[in-house]
Design a protein around this ligand. Sequence first.
Ligand SMILES: NC(=O)c1ccc[n+]([C@@H]2O[C@H](COP(=O)([O-])OP(=O)(O)OC[C@H]3O[C@@H](n4cnc5c(N)ncnc54)[C@H](O)[C@@H]3O)[C@@H](O)[C@H]2O)c1
Length: 347
Amino acid sequence: MNSIIKNDCIDIYEEYIKDLKKLSGKRILITGGSGFLLSYFVYLFLYFNEKNKRKIDVHILDQNTKKFDYLKNKQNFTLINSDITKKKKFTVNYNYIIHGASIASPVFYKKKPIETITSNVDGLLNILNNYKFSKSLKSMIFMSSSEIYGDPDKKNIPTKETYKGNVSCVGPRACYDESKRLGETISTIFYNKFKVPIKIVRPFNVYGPGQSLKDKRIFPDLMNNIKRNKDIILYSDGTPTRSFCYISDQIRGILEVLFRGKNGEPYNVGNTDEISIEGIAKLAVRLSKKSLKVKIKVNSDKTFNIDSPKRRCPDLKKIYRLNKWQPKIKLKTGLLRTINYYKTENL
Ligand SMILES: NC(=O)c1ccc[n+]([C@@H]2O[C@H](COP(=O)([O-])OP(=O)(O)OC[C@H]3O[C@@H](n4cnc5c(N)ncnc54)[C@H](O)[C@@H]3O)[C@@H](O)[C@H]2O)c1
């Protein structure tokens, strides 16, 4: 395991040890477990199992589990190479489930809108229909997104969970935004009707080690250029803002909601350090100590910026109320860890 990822996992482990011990001897399903975000849970549980006698039984479901081939014969790890939208029958009893299988990068979800919708809707229904009467399921997370807020007006920034959103149902981003919204509706219905202990997490722009350089979201593009000594090209005017959350904070937030969140309710998980796209690009270049330029270029794809939010920043009071949760990693610290990760990894 990469040392930066391992150190992040140790920090999370030490802070959340009491909660993580509740998973000892239990079985957890992570869908989308080979992806950027949820791989961190795999690393965290690998570390947990190294340190503890009573292990966590980890099942990783992804349509591409190649990344974890090395775990094939490892005790307490099961790889399920499967498309969640086609998996109608589950035969294993799970105690915990995190459903994150979805296309998540705008470039790819615009290319595969139907697959994006089905993973968030049919995939979620496949799981819930199998576990709606489960006696063993203790807690489940649906990975939604801050995108369900669309493009909020000024007075709704920072954005609270109660904000209903300003979302286009026909624009190029609708397949993602609306399927996450429907996923949230389905989650609340299954809680109200069947008492499935499901909670909703709304992540705000996560960054950090482990994201594929082919992902085509802002961070992998930035890191790719820095690694290869290429100037940074921005495909917007650089003014839209985002609030970037370092991955270990996101994982801490998901754990917080998994263990203490209220069933049937959504929680923002992110960081309030709002910065413009141009600002983050310039800061990353400065921290990398390379003399690269940040250039603005109009994207030939006319749909590229349609419905893209002008600002995004979470209100974090709701998750704070659970157990005083707040993000710990400052933007500069997280950026340095991320830059160092890409510098040292042979990608
Ligand atoms: N990373 C972020 O900033 C962010 C922000 C908001 C929401 N989210 C949500 O968190 C989850 C994880 O995001 P990520 O950044 O790790 O994305 P990712 O693209 O890195 O990982 C997603 C994983 O899901 C898998 N997958 C996609 N469709 C599938 C299907 N039909 N069946 C099985 N596996 C499938 C992919 O193979 C991939 O490994 C997603 O649901 C995403 O929408 C992420």
